[in-house]
Design a binder for this molecule. Structure first.
Ligand SMILES: Cc1cc2nc3c(=O)[nH]c(=O)nc-3n(C[C@H](O)[C@H](O)[C@H](O)COP(=O)(O)OP(=O)(O)OC[C@H]3O[C@@H](n4cnc5c(N)ncnc54)[C@H](O)[C@@H]3O)c2cc1C
Length: 501
């Protein structure tokens, strides 16, 4: 195995949106001897496009959420600057397009009532959680008995939509409060990831859309961080060692919870606990291509719901006719347990299940899908899930602990964003925040070193001065920097030119 060693100011692990935005801020502030180590063969992380059925689909982040409010969403600004093609998504009609297993659409009155009941129940549950009423086994049992617990297929379907598919109505989500409640689906051949290339272009060497800068190392999997107060050694799977003053870890919460990267000395207990207590959402968009359309189209028909007695079983559907007219593509979203289940089975089996559901909704004569695309975010060892899922009333301390640096190891990524965790803009802003905190630390470290150098020189200067001019205040200067003399003596005994902190 090759064993190269290079020293840089900062190594950034991961080239998703947070890693790239962190690198940009460092470069803009004069810290450009950085290295970005990315495990996969591309930048973007959980922003990822793929060609499917003749169009570009987004396997990861698809929407720019939080648009139209008083404050401007920075990701929306980037999208506007790049003229990214987007479509407004109106989920509000989805509740009126709920199919039962025999293909009948629930009457709007029943759907509206079920929806109202589910929202009330969700609010009730949330306020109980906020009051910690749900923390004991007794109370959990009481909650299970609550009459509003979803039971019927339509109630289960709505409960799934409210909790597993983002919707603004129930929870005061900062994204919608701060940036607005509109969501736009990215439908652009260049992909959502184009925004990342535009950011990268501002500080990395690029040509015709390709990043040529050798500070970005693709296909480079970090396996070990060895950190001390002098710096960090980063070892990759191919045996290379990168030496740096600091490291920024932008890998997902799922990767932090896995054993992909070993950190030595180990992270403190409070950090490990905060990381392991963070829930991970698995969110899977399955794409199906058909020879022709058989579903209703039109502005209020983009989303439709399948009510099944198994919660989350091929519940949430979207047609792509608004995004790509004539594409004949449907998308069904599965989450958590269902996502893990379909990740473990063959795509043929998933196709069979999806077709059975579609035939229940639209009848036996619909054509078979000609192609299927099933992303596997859970089994991807560089992701281990789709995004962090803090409870709405999460303890702020937990996010702060996940975000807090440990020595020279800094953390960033959507999971470190207190207000916008789970979103692209959360990741983008977290990269900026982490780099600002690191720049502050670098500045303080420099100041400490300058002070200490001056402090180490002081006695020498004082002695020289007293020998040459005999000035009486020479010794008093020793205490100018307010550092205990004992520290200085100890260090000088060891002969260390190192900072005294
Ligand atoms: C299916 C899905 C749908 C989503 N939908 C939306 C949406 O509609 N709107 C929205 O705003 N957000 C959405 N999100 C969330 C959004 O994609 C993320 O919040 C955001 O992209 C995370 O960026 P990040 O930089 O924090 O992490 P990542 O993008 O995960 O970047 C981390 C990088 O680290 C790399 N890495 C991991 N391990 C190592 C290692 N050992 N060595 C080197 N590199 C490593 C990874 O390959 C990755 O590139 C969705 C996510 C998913 C998966």
């Amino acid at each position: 195995m090759e064993n190269k060693s290079t020293r840089s100011s900062v190594v950034i692990v991961g080239a998703g949106v947070s890693g790239i935005s962190a690198a940009k801020i460092l470069a803009e502030n004069g810290v450009d001897d950085i290295v970005i180590l990315e495990a996969s063969d591309r930048i973007g992380g959980r922003i990822r496009k793929e060609e499917f059925g003749g169009v570009t689909v987004e396997l990861g982040a698809g929407w720019i959420a939080g648009v139209g409010g008083k404050q401007s969403n920075p990701v929306w600004e980037l999208a506007c600057q790049s003229n990214l093609r987007t479509c407004f998504s109106d989920y509000s009609y989805a509740r009126y397009n709920i199919y039962d297993r025999s293909g009948k659409i629930f009457p709007s009155g029943i759907a509206a009532d079920s929806y109202k009941k589910a929202v009330e129940s969700a609010i009730q549950r949330l306020s109980q959680e906020a009051n910690h009423d749900a923390s004991t086994a007794h109370d959990v049992a009481v909650l299970a008995e609550t009459p509003s617990t979803p039971k019927t297929p339509i109630e289960l379907a709505i409960d799934f939509i409210l909790h597993d598919f983002e919707m603004a109505e129930v929870e005061p989500i900062s994204t919608y409060v701060d940036f607005g409640d509109r969501e736009f689906l990215v439908a652009d051949d260049r992909g959502y990831e184009h925004l990342l290339y535009k950011i990268a272009e501002t500080f990395l060497l690029t040509s015709e859309g390709e990043i040529l800068d050798n500070r970005l190392k693709l296909n480079t999997v970090v396996r070990e961080l060895l950190h001390s107060r002098n710096g960090v050694l980063v070892t990759t799977e191919d045996g290379c060692v990168y030496e740096a003053n600091y490291v920024i870890l932008s890998v997902s919460i799922g990767v932090l919870q896995s054993n992909l990267i070993s950190i030595r000395p180990p992270l403190p207990r409070w950090k490990i606990e905060a990381i392991s207590n963070c829930d991970i959402m698995v969110y899977t968009k399955i794409f199906l291509k058909f020879p022709h359309k058989f579903w209703p189209c039109g502005p209020e028909k983009e989303f439709f719901i399948y009510a099944h007695e198994r919660r989350g079983y091929y519940t949430f559907w979207q047609h792509m006719e608004n995004a790509y007219p004539g594409s004949n593509i449907l998308v069904v979203t599965l989450t958590n347990g269902e996502s893990k289940r379909i990740e473990a089975q063959s795509d043929e089996e998933t196709l069979r299940e999806a077709m059975e559901v579609l035939r229940n909704m639209f009848g036996p004569d619909i054509p078979d899908a000609t192609d299927i695309l099933v992303p596997r975010w859970w089994n991807n060892r560089f992701q281990r899930g789709s995004y962090s899922n803090y409870p709405i009333y999460a303890d702020h301390q937990q996010v702060n602990d996940i975000k807090a640096p440990v020595g020279r190891v800094f953390f960033t990524g959507e999971h470190t964003s207190e207000k916008f965790s789970g979103y692209v803009h959360g990741a983008y802003l977290s990269g900026i925040d982490t780099s600002k905190a690191l720049l502050d630390e670098i500045r303080k470290d420099k100041e400490r070193k300058t002070e200490n150098q001056a402090f180490l020189l002081e006695p020498l200067l004082a002695l020289t001065e007293s020998l040459t001019s005999g000035q009486p205040d020479a010794v008093s200067k020793l205490h100018k920097f307010d550092i205990p003399t004992q520290l200085f003596l100890t260090s000088s005994k060891l002969g260390l030119p190192e900072a005294i902190v």
